[in-house]
Structures are given as C-alpha cells and as structure tokens.
Ligand binder design. Sequence first.
Ligand code: B12
Ligand code: SF4
Length: 615
Amino acid sequence: MELPRRTRGDELLKPGEAVALRQRLRQVAARHDLATVIACAFDHRTRMLPFIFADTHMAPAGVRAVGSAMVDSGFDKTRIVLQQWNKRFRPSKMKLEGRVPDLFMVSSMGLHSQECMRMIADARRIEPAHRPLIIAGGPHAVYQPFELFSADPSDSTSCDVAVTGEEYVLLSLLETLLSMRGEGESMRSTFFRARNSGALEGIPGLMYARGDRDGVAEELIDTGTQRLVGDLDELPDPVLGYRLLEPPSRLETLGSQALAAGEVRKLSPISSIVLTFGCKFACPYCPIPAYNQRQHRVKSGGRIAEEMGRLNKEYGLKYFFGADDNFFNHKSRTLDIVNTLATAEFDGAPLRKKVRWHTEVTVHDTLQMKDHLQLIHDSGCRALWLGVEDMTATLVNKGQTVNKTTEAFSRLRDVGICPMPMMMHHDTQPLYSPGKNYGLVNQIKLLRKAGAVSLQVLMITPSAGTKLYESTFAGGQVFDSVGGQKVLPHMYDGNYVVASLHKKPWLKQLNMMLGYLYFYNPFWLAVNLLRKKTKVSHKAAGMQVVGILGVIQTIRHTAPWALRLMFGRVQRLAEPPASRVPVRNLGAGACETKAPTRPVVQLSIPASKMAATAV
Ligand code: B12
Ligand code: SF4
C-alpha cells in the first residue's frame, strides 16, 4: 500500500513555516543546552554492487540534514555517527562533552534495520534515569514505523518515538517538548508527560507507543501524514551538518572532537545534495511519488550554486550527487537550475570549473531535454543514472524503447555526460533470447553499444509503500526462508532473489551474476583503455575497475544464496510485515485504523513445484 496523502491543497507547509520554527527554537535553545547523538544505521553485509564505493564514501544526506536542522535551531552540541565508519559504536557507552546525551536519534533504511534495532537495544541498556529520549527516523521509519516498536513482553527493544517525516516534524516535536520541560527534567521524562497529556497528537508525522510497560507497545498512535516543505530553499544549510561527523574509529565510544573540516573530503569525497524531490511517473514498484504526496519540490538554482560553492570552499568537496528522484521531471524548472549553475560565480570564479555533479533521471525526460544537454554538461553535470529497467518495457512501461534508450545514451555521450543505466531483472526475462532484445545479456549488449559507462542489475524486489507490495506477498512470491535460512532485512536490496515465482529461482540469481560478469571484466577494461579516446572513455575504464572489484564482492555474497535456492526448500510468506498491535490513527492523511493483524502465515511450496509465472 502507498503512503496516504493529505487532503488536496494541504500537503505542503505554508511558505516560511519551516524557517520560522527554527527561529523560535533558537530563542529557547541556550536555556535547554541539549546534547544530541544522531546515528546512521548501516549493515556491512550490504557492501556489494552497484554501490560498493558510494555506500561508504558518501556521508548520507539524511543524518546530515537532521544535524544541520539541530545546529540551525541553536543546538550545536550534536554529533553524527555513521556505522559505515564506526562499526563498533555502542550507544550505551556514548558521552558527548562528558555527558550522556539528552537525545539519541537513529536513522535507517529498511535494509539496515537490524543494525538500527541493535543500536536501539543497546541505548536502552542505559539506566532509565539517565537514558536519552530515543528517536528513530529515515526511510524505515517513514514506510514501516511499527517495526521500530516491540509488542513482545519478553523484549522491550522499542524506540520512544518514530518520526515518519522530515526535519520539520522532528523540530515540531522538540518545540512541544521544550515548551513543557521542567527545570533539569530529562527529555525522556518530558516526552512521556507530553505523550500522556495528548500534546503530541497535533504533530503530524509521529508514531509512538502506549502501554503499561516501557518498551512494550500495547497500542501505537499514528499522528498522520506529515506536511512537506514545499520550497526547498527553506531547508537548513547543509554546510552545518558536515561539521558534526564523528571521525572513523574502531572504538565503541565517541571521540572528543568531530571530524576536522580538512578531513571531510578524504573520507566522503562525494557529497549527496538535495536539489529536487518527486517524480511525475507512477511506477507500481516505487514508493517515491506517494511519499512526496505527488508534489514536485525544488531548490532554486541560486541556492544550489551557493551550497555547492560553500561546500567546496569549506570542505574542498568537488563531486556532488543529487538526491533527486527524477531531476528532469519538470523541464522549465530543470532549465532554471542548470542555467543558473552554468553561469554562477563563486568567490569570483565560475562555479562550473570547481564542481561536478551527477544525479538520477529517466530516459523519457532525457529525450525531452535533448536540445539542452550541452547546457546541462556546461553546468557541471558529468554522469546521469537512468532507470532503464527493461528496455522492451515488458516489466514496466515508462515510455522507454530500445531506440529511445539508444538515442538518449548516444546524445548524452556526445556532450560528455556518462549514461549509467539501472536495469531490473524479473521472472520472465531469460538470460539470453536468440534474435530478440528481450534477454538480460541481449539488453546489456545493447546498452554497452549505446555507450553505458556503468551497469546496475537488480532483481525486482517488493518495497514497502508501493502499490505492488501487498499483492506480491498475497501472490506467494515472497520468500520467508530458503533451505532453513531466514530472509533477513539486509537481503531486500535487489541483489538477492527473495521474491519469485520462477520454478528455478537460482537461475535468476545466476543471471544477475552473469549479467555483471558480461559487463564488468578484464576484456572490456582493456577495450576501454585501448579504444579511441572520447570525452567519457577514460571514465568507462575507471568504472570497469570498480565494477570488477564489485563483482567479486557481489558473487562472494550472493553465490551461497544461489546454492540455497538450488537445493533448499523455499518457504513463502502470505502477508507483508504488519503491526502486531492496534494502530490508532489521528489527524489528516492517516490510514484507516487497523485491527491487530494475524501472525504471518506461511505457504510451503517446494521450489520445484512453482510455476514460472510473471511478476
Ligand atoms: C541518494 C540515494 C542513495 C545513494 C546514497 C546513499 C547515501 N549513502 O547517502 C546510493 C546510490 C548509494 C543509494 C543506495 C541505495 N539505496 Co538509496 N536512495 C537515495 C535517494 C535517491 C536520496 C537519499 C537522500 O540523500 N535523500 C535526501 C535526504 C535529506 O533525505 P532522507 O534521507 O530521506 O532524510 C530525511 C528524512 O527521511 C528524515 N530523516 C532521515 N533520517 C532521520 C533520522 C531521524 C532521527 C529523524 C527524526 C528524521 C530522519 O529527515 C531527513 C531530512 O528531511 C533516496 C530516495 C529519496 N529521494 O530520498 C533513495 C533511497 C533512500 N534508497 C533506497 C534504497 C532501497 C537503496 C538501495 C538498497 C538500492 C539498491 N538496491 O542497491 C541502496 C542501498 C545501499 C546501501 N548499502 O546502503 C530506498 C530506501 C527504501 C527503504 N524503505 O529503506 C530509497 C528511499 C529509494 C526508494 N526506493 O524509495 N541510495
Ligand atoms: S520513474 Fe523512477 S522515481 Fe519515478 S516513479 Fe518510476 S521508479 Fe519511481
């Protein structure tokens, strides 16, 4: 099921609301002197293609945005810990400037949720009188907040509150809590008083538990869908967040100082940056349009230029990755941004000479922009990731065809922008189809000919918050365990076959490995090194090196799973994960009240008996 949308016309905050909230908080911040640790959950088992390098060399924008919002609201005593760099970090041992923080926040994607829960469990080891208020956020909290609460009396691993929205929701929560906080009172105690008095019910975008036992939910309160910041120029300055990063270490504790500005570029050479949010398409396997309540939100070109310039000046950051869903979504808005970037100056020098940026777009919109690609290159863009999915549009039709994809790729290459295709493998797609463009290898060959510089091949996998999510489970496609091994959250990354009706699901796993090997290998590395030099050919050779290393990691991680799929018995789920306790929904845009759901029912069908049906 997709995330619910607020009433039409009420999806966005009023202009200026986000800025005004931070101004109000700044007036009370000094009095409260909050210390905050924000952790980013990261499961190291996810380290493989397609993001083997980017995953640890790009300090995530989500935790940095939350950190920037805290600092911009006057709460300077804030530290960001990335599990990517601090694998052994133990919240139970954290001290910031000599004291246990008032707030412990944790951000997680669904696939990192085991690590997220491990950190929450560890933070709960701090005795209640000193324990920080535990706040969870990020994509996992947005799409499946109930998973952050325990309903099991023998296990009290729950956050205190999940923020199912963006910075504004968190800051609204803090404003309410600080307005009620007594002298010297802990934030956790204030939170419980606020919750019990009903003071949090008017803040859309929260989920919290009720029950007699701390950490064990008997009921969950969902305050409804957040209002979104419409004008992204109102977001806090991202420069602030980079000052808060914990330096990498093997220790369980925090260091005395945050990472020095001069070290940021070495550890996080790519900077993810918010440019736009939202996408006009409605792919049934994608949660993004519903998350954005069908809104397209943009930052102005001037603000983007200013941010890039300052991030470059303060930290030496040169490479930016737009956190866009579809940067070319709206032609005139895109042109406004790129025109500004192409002509912007920073400290008296053209910005386009100092920075390079990359982002995600669609094939369809690239062709709409075909007359402006040179301008886009001149504004600093050097690579675009395109959701090609299946070039024949059999899996999903976003207006892509073999000819259109080929045209888009060659036009991008001509102006010096690397086309980076993202493909989706699925049950009905064979490895090779003689004389047709349908097979995986046939399409990879076409993409390579068209000029693809890198490749992503992922198996279509159910994603929470999408139209297809529930029906994929109901259709018996989703595996619960294979050969006795449970499918764990970190395996929902598209690299593992965890949902399929193919009678030999191991073939799908093998196909992905072969697809990667067909694209990334020493032969193509040599070809790329030797072939005629073009604007992007050296980048293709570089990507081959990264890709070959990535393939080794990918095969190492996924080959044992392929063997299980071959020989093991597949147990299937009949329902997606759901809250085990009733969820009471308040406020606009909240889903209908759910009754307690039944425990997950499993279908047990030997893999050999499954029909080779399409997804
Ligand atoms: C850039 C990006 C990446 C980059 C960079 C990741 C990084 N290290 O920074 C790369 C390319 C590496 C990547 C990889 C993957 N990604 Co990605 N990625 C994105 C993307 C497009 C933007 C993320 C971003 O920077 N947003 C901007 C920041 C500011 O927003 P945010 O992270 O949502 O944070 C806001 C709120 O969530 C909230 N918040 C966040 N944390 C916290 C914490 C607290 C305490 C609070 C209160 C609030 C809060 O406040 C923030 C500010 O508004 C999103 C889609 C999107 N538009 O958000 C997908 C997305 C995050 N990715 C997703 C996925 C699935 C993946 C992959 C698994 C894809 C794959 N199959 O390989 C891999 C995972 C790799 C790995 N090992 O982790 C999913 C996650 C879905 C989920 N339910 O968890 C998303 C949401 C896309 C989608 N399908 O909807 N990704
Ligand atoms: S085009 Fe991309 S971002 Fe847009 S709905 Fe489809 S998958 Fe999602």
